[in-house]
Write a protein that binds this ligand. Structure first.
Ligand SMILES: Nc1ncnc2c1ncn2[C@@H]1O[C@H](COP(=O)(O)OP(=O)(O)O)[C@@H](O)[C@H]1O
Ligand SMILES: [Mg+2]
Length: 259
């Protein structure tokens, strides 16, 4: 459903994302894990067509993000780090606006909005002005705008950041519900970025760990924790050892000493 090939993004001398390859099958729920500045947001922005890669490409449901950007984007629901909410709009009018932008045919809009409102637990606040909602509810509205066109792929960038523990719990269960296979053959494919280990353990089956723009781990969580190691141990080892290697490489003569 998602294929990333050699995805690379450079900003001047900074290599934000460095030749990242991965594929995500239909129905998979993958945690995109990495410390701050690892390149998670940049990767997601490339997948969703918000910024062009410097190198490499990706396909969404077999549509190349360069060759068929509109078809690719149509199949993605994206929750950015800061969702583009309009605080002065009501939940329903905002979702109606998004439904229009996303080209949902006029006669289907009402139904799509009703389903998104219901799935995201927004029924009781649909006539409220977004700016008066709690952060947890605003994040639900962010999720509702991501799913309103009922895309097969969801890309969620740190969906629980800035929420309190109860709100985190609620948003995580909501994401688990959204990711659960629907009726018929509707299977949601999800990539969710986070630097919180408990989040991947709570929601995802597979983890892709990136550090300094490179993919360092890509495996089912079950395989990673089989020998009794915790995800935390893995995270610390993979992100710290890389940092050490980098420090050594930049430290004069140490470069020759490293095999
Ligand atoms: N627009 C930009 N201009 C310059 N550097 C950027 C830009 N966006 C991201 N970066 C850099 O790219 C790296 C990866 O950032 P980001 O993808 O936001 O990481 P993450 O989401 O994992 O925290 C960081 O070093 C960041 O400073
Ligand atoms: Mg980020």
């Amino acid at each position: 459903m998602i294929e990333a090939r050699e995805l690379t993004k450079r900003y001047g001398d900074t290599v934000a994302v460095d030749g990242v390859d991965f594929s995500v099958q239909k129905g998979e729920v993958v945690g995109f894990l990495g410390p701050n500045a690892a390149g998670k947001t940049t990767t997601m922005r490339m997948l969703t067509g918000f910024i062009p890669p410097t190198n490499g490409t990706a396909t969404i449901a077999d549509y190349d993000i360069f060759e068929n950007p509109l078809e690719a984007r149509r199949r993605i629901g994206y929750l950015p780090e800061t969702p583009p909410l309009y605080p002065e709009m009501t939940v329903s009018s905002y979702l109606a606006f998004i439904a229009r932008i996303k080209d949902i045919p006029r006669r289907a809009r009402r139904e799509h909005i009703d389903r998104a409102v219901e799935r995201c637990g927004l029924t009781s606040v649909r006539r409220r002005v977004i700016g008066t909602l709690s952060k947890g509810f605003r994040q639900r509205v962010g999720l509702a705008q991501a799913i309103v066109h009922e895309p097969p792929v969801l890309i969620l960038d740190e969906p629980t950041v800035g929420l309190d523990p109860l709100q985190i719990h609620e948003i995580r269960s909501l994401i688990r519900d959204l990711a659960a296979p629907g009726k018929g053959d509707t299977q949601q494919t999800v990539i969710l970025s986070t630097h919180i280990l408990a989040e991947v353990e709570a929601i995802c089956r597979r983890v892709i760990l990136i550090n300094q723009g490179r993919k360092v781990v890509d495996a089912p969580i079950e395989d990673l924790t089989r020998n009794g190691q915790s995800l935390e141990e893995l995270f610390v080892r993979e992100t710290a050892s890389d940092a050490v290697a980098k420090r050594e490489a930049s430290d004069g003569g140490a470069r020759e000493a490293t095999p």
